[in-house]
Design a protein around this ligand. Structure first.
Ligand code: ADP
Ligand code: ZN
Ligand code: ZN
Length: 744
C-alpha cells in the first residue's frame, strides 16, 4: 500500500502549478486511488486537490510532509482520472497544469450538438378542431395548415413542417407558447460512421495470431496488466489480433482505444473496425470540427460506444471503464506531441493504463528501438507474428550505388536500373511508386563522388547546413564552415542535397512523356480531402507513377504496384538526429512493403550514396534484428536514448539578451542541482544556439542534459522550472522542456 501521494492543488494560480507531496494516514491507505479528490492542509487552510501519483517512498523530506485530511468522495469520476493524467503529464513533460488540462479535456470548445426536432399536437383533437376553426376565421392560413396536418398525423418532423408545409419556425414557436403544439427536442450526436454499412464478420485467427491473443487475455484474466509489443511484419494480421482483444474486452464490459497515425487512418481501416463492431465504434480525426470531436467524447462518456479509433489525441477519450489501449505503428514520430506538454502517446498511454488497471498493446512491423529495447529487458512483453497471412513473398530488394552512377557518367536522379524497370512496368501496365524521404529544412552536406558526410566530431550525427553558410550540430552547437572540397577524397562535388518531389516530377515527365504521373507532398495535399483523393485515384489505377514523400508509404493497398523506387535513401540518414538510422530503416522497410501487395511479385530499388550503411544493408535484407543490434550498440556507446535519457531545455525570446541570461541561469541551476542531488552522472551541454537560432525574430537557446534515469531528469526539470518562474526574465522568455525529442 502506498504511503505517499502527489496531489495537484485545485486552485488556478500559477505559483501553485505543481504537485505537492502528502503522507497518506494509515486509515486512508486502503481507500485512496489516483484521480480521487481529497482534502489537504495547505498553509492555514484546508483545500481540495486531486491525487496524481502514489508511491511507497517520499521524494521530499519525510518529516515535513503533512497528512491528507480526508476524501471528498469515494467515487472517482471520469474527469478526475483525466485531471490526474494531466497532472502526471505536467510533472513528466513540463508546462503548466492549464496546458495539460487543455490537452486532455477538450470540453471547452463545446459546440451545440445537432438537435432533432419534431412537432406534436398538444391539444385534445376536439379542442384542436375548435382552434382550427378560429384560425380559419382569422385567416391564419399557416397555423391552420399545420393544425390540419397534425389532425391527420399526430407527429411531424420539424423539417417537413418548415419546408413542405411552409410554416416558419417562429410560427411554430408561437403556437407552442399558446399551448397548441408541442416541440420535441432530442439531441443527436453526430456519428461519423453512420454512413457505413457493415458487411458482417467471419475470420478464424491463425495459430500465431491466436497465441498473441491468448498471451494478453490470459494475463488479463489473472489480473495481470502489462504492456505488450506485437512485432509482426506488414500483413501478418496484427489488426485482427487487436480486434479480437477488443471484442473480448467488450464482452467483459470494458472499452478500448485504438491509436493509429492520422496518415494511416483511412476509410479502409475504419471500415474494418466498423464491420466488426458496428455502431459501437467511433473515430476522431483532425478534419473534424471541435463540435464533432466533442460529440465523440460525449458518446464515449455516455457509454454509447466501446471503441475509439484516432490519432494521438484519442488517447484522452473519457471511457468509464477503459480496459485496453492499442497503439498501432507504435514507432511513428507523430505520437510525440510538438506542443506543450510535449508528451509521448506511448508513455502517456502506459501511465493512463496504470491508473485505470488497463493493458497496453503496441504493434509495429518495425518497432521503435525504444520499445524493442524495453521488450528485450522485460519491461514489455514481446509477441511476434512472423508469417504473412496470405503467404505472399516479401519483395526482392536491390541497392544502387549512386556514386558509381556518377562515375559512369549518369547524373540523373534516376539510376539506369530504376529507369529500365520503370519502362518495363509502363509497358506491362503496372504501377510504380517513387519515394523520397525528405524531412526538415536544414540539409546535410555530402560528397557526391565518395559519399562522405560531414559529421560532428563530438556527437556522431550529421552537421546541418544553415542559411548563414555554416554547418551546425543539433546536439552541441558545434559549428564549422561548409568545405569547398571533400575532406575525404578532394572532390569538389560536395554540397547539400537539393532534389525535391517537384524536381523529380519534372524529370519523370520528361523521361516518360506518355506516363500518367501523380505527385503527393505537402503542396499537393493542402485541402481536406486531397490526401485521400490522390491515394484513391492511384489505387484505382488512374495513374502509372506516384511520386511522394513518406506520406505515400502508408494507408491504401495498391495491388498493381510492382515497383518501388527510393530515390536517395541517405536523405533521412543524415538529418542531424541520433535517430536518423532508425528512421531510415523504418522508411525503407515500409516503402518496400508497398511493392507486390497484389498477385504479382514486387521489386524494390534503393538508391543511395552509402550502400554499406547498416540501416540500408539490413533494410535490403529486411532483417529487423540485425538492424537493432547495430543500432543499440551505437546508442550504448553514445549514451543516447533509450539507453540513457535526454532532456532539452529551450529558452525563446524576442530579446537575445534575455534568452541568453535565462539560459545561463537555468544551466547553472541545473548544474548546481545535479552536482549535489543526483547520485548518478549527468551530462550537461550548453547553453548553445538552437539549430535554427532565430525564427521570426525569436531567439532560441538550448541546454542539453543526459542522464541514465528518466526520473533524474524529471527532478532537474522540476527544479529548473521553479527557477525559471522566479527569474526576472520569466516575463520575456518562454521556457520549454522536451524529453527524448524525436526531431533533433
Ligand atoms: P497487419 O495489421 O499486420 O498489416 P492485417 O490485420 O491488416 O495485418 O491483415 C492483412 C490481411 O490479411 C487483411 O486483409 C486481413 O483481413 C487478412 N487476415 C488477417 N488475419 C487473417 C486470418 N486469420 N485469416 C484470413 N485472413 C486474415
Ligand atoms: Zn568525397
Ligand atoms: Zn555535436
Amino acid at each position: 500500500m502506498a504511503e505517499y501521494a502527489k496531489v495537484i492543488v485545485d486552485i488556478s494560480q500559477e505559483k501553485l502549478d505543481k504537485t505537492f507531496e502528502y503522507r497518506i494516514p494509515p486509515y486512508l491507505t486502503q481507500r485512496i486511488t489516483v484521480g480521487m479528490q481529497v482534502y489537504i492542509p495547505f498553509g492555514s487552510r484546508r483545500i481540495t486537490g486531486y491525487v496524481v501519483e502514489l508511491s511507497d517512498e517520499a521524494e521530499y523530506d519525510e518529516d515535513k510532509l503533512k497528512n491528507i485530511a480526508g476524501i471528498v468522495t469515494d467515487s472517482v469520476p471520469i474527469e478526475s482520472h483525466l485531471i490526474a493524467l494531466a497532472g502526471w503529464m505536467r510533472e513528466h513533460y513540463g508546462g503548466t497544469m492549464n496546458q495539460a488540462l487543455k490537452m486532455v479535456l477538450p470540453i471547452k470548445e463545446k459546440k451545440k450538438a445537432v438537435e432533432h426536432k419534431r412537432v406534436r399536437l398538444a391539444l385534445h383533437p376536439v379542442e384542436a378542431k375548435n382552434q382550427l376553426g378560429a384560425y380559419e376565421r382569422r385567416h391564419s392560413t399557416a397555423r391552420a395548415r399545420l393544425l390540419r396536418a397534425l389532425l391527420e398525423e399526430e407527429e411531424l418532423d420539424w423539417d417537413l413542417v418548415t419546408h413542405k408545409l411552409g410554416v416558419s419556425g417562429s410560427v411554430i414557436r408561437a403556437m407552442e407558447e399558446s399551448g397548441v403544439v408541442k416541440v420535441i427536442r432530442e439531441t443527436q450526436y453526430r456519428n461519423p460512421v453512420s454512413h457505413l454499412t457493415s458487411r458482417g464478420y467471419g475470420l478464424t485467427l491463425n495459430d500465431e495470431q491466436q497465441e498473441a491473443v491468448d498471451a494478453v487475455w490470459s494475463d488479463y484474466e489473472k489480473g495481470i496488466r502489462s504492456t505488450y509489443l506485437i512485432k509482426g511484419v506488414t500483413g501478418s494480421g496484427k489488426t485482427e489480433v487487436y480486434m479480437e482483444l477488443i471484442a473480448k474486452m467488450q464482452k467483459a464490459g470494458r472499452q478500448a482505444i485504438v491509436l493509429i497515425p492520422e496518415i494511416a487512418l483511412t476509410y479502409q481501416t475504419v471500415l474494418r473496425f466498423y464491420n466488426r463492431f458496428g455502431d459501437r465504434v467511433s473515430i476522431l480525426n483532425s478534419r473534424m470540427s471541435p463540435g464533432e470531436r466533442y460529440d465523440q467524447f460525449l458518446r464515449a462518456k455516455n457509454g454509447e460506444i466501446d471503441v475509439m479509433i484516432g490519432p494521438r489525441s484519442a488517447l484522452f477519450t473519457p471511457f468509464a471503464n477503459l480496459g485496453l489501449i492499442i497503439i498501432d505503428e507504435e514507432h511513428e514520430t507523430s505520437y510525440k506531441s510538438e506542443t506543450v506538454p510535449r508528451y509521448h502517446a506511448r508513455e502517456t498511454a502506459i501511465a493512463r493504463a496504470a491508473m485505470l488497471d488497463a493493458s497496453v498493446v503496441l504493434g509495429s512491423a518495425t518497432p521503435s528501438v525504444d520499445s524493442y529495447y524495453r521488450a528485450k529487458r522485460g519491461e514489455y512483453r514481446l509477441l511476434t507474428l512472423t508469417k504473412r497471412v496470405k503467404e505472399r513473398p516479401l519483395p526482392a530488394c536491390g541497392v544502387v550505388d549512386l556514386r558509381q552512377e556518377l562515375r559512369e557518367g549518369n547524373r540523373s536522379i534516376l539510376s539506369r536500373r530504376l529507369d529500365g524497370l520503370m519502362e518495363q512496368r509502363l509497358r506491362a501496365g503496372e504501377q510504380t511508386m517513387l519515394f523520397i524521404n525528405r524531412r526538415g529544412v536544414a540539409g546535410f552536406v555530402s560528397c557526391r563522388a565518395c559519399g562522405h558526410v560531414i559529421k560532428c566530431p563530438h556527437c556522431d550525427v550529421s552537421l546541418s547546413q544553415h542559411a548563414n553558410g555554416r554547418m551546425v550540430c543539433h546536439y552541441c552547437g558545434y559549428t564549422e564552415p561548409v568545405p569547398v572540397q571533400c575532406p575525404a577524397c578532394g572532390s569538389k562535388y560536395i554540397s547539400g542535397f537539393k532534389a525535391g518531389t517537384e524536381k523529380i516530377e519534372m524529370v519523370v515527365r520528361k523521361r516518360f512523356p506518355e506516363a500518367r504521373v501523380l505527385r503527393m507532398d505537402m503542396d499537393t495535399t493542402r485541402g481536406k480531402e486531397d490526401y485521400e483523393q490522390i491515394l484513391s485515384a492511384f489505387a484505382n489505377h488512374e495513374a502509372d507513377i506516384l511520386i511522394g514523400t513518406q506520406m505515400i508509404v502508408k494507408g491504401h493497398d495498391f495491388p498493381d504496384v510492382t515497383l518501388v523506387g527510393v530515390l536517395a535513401a541517405d536523405l533521412s540518414l543524415h538529418v542531424g538526429d541520433y535517430r536518423a538510422a532508425e528512421r531510415t530503416f523504418q522508411l525503407l522497410t515500409q516503402a518496400a512493403g508497398r511493392a507486390g501487395r497484389g498477385n504479382k511479385p514486387g521489386e524494390v530499388v534503393i538508391q543511395t550514396y552509402d550502400p554499406e550503411h547498416y540501416s540500408i544493408e539490413t533494410a535490403k535484407a529486411q532483417d529487423y534484428d540485425a538492424f537493432y543490434e547495430q543500432e543499440i550498440a551505437y546508442r550504448k556507446i553514445m549514451l543516447y536514448p533509450p539507453v540513457w535519457n535526454m532532456l532539452v531545455i529551450l529558452c525563446a525570446s524576442k530579446s537575445e539578451e534575455a534568452a541568453d541570461a535565462m539560459a545561463a541561469e537555468l544551466a547553472a541551476a541545473a548544474d548546481a542541482y545535479t552536482g549535489k542531488n543526483t547520485k548518478e552522472k549527468v551530462y550537461l551541454v550548453g547553453p548553445v544556439d538552437a539549430a535554427i537560432a532565430k525564427v521570426n525574430d525569436i531567439y532560441k537557446k538550448i541546454i542539453y542534459l543526459k542522464a541514465e534515469n528518466y526520473d533524474t531528469l524529471v527532478k532537474i526539470k522540476n527544479r529548473t522550472e521553479v527557477y525559471a518562474r522566479e527569474s526576472r526574465y520569466y516575463k520575456n522568455v518562454t521556457v520549454m522542456f522536451d524529453f527524448n525529442p524525436v526531431n533533433g
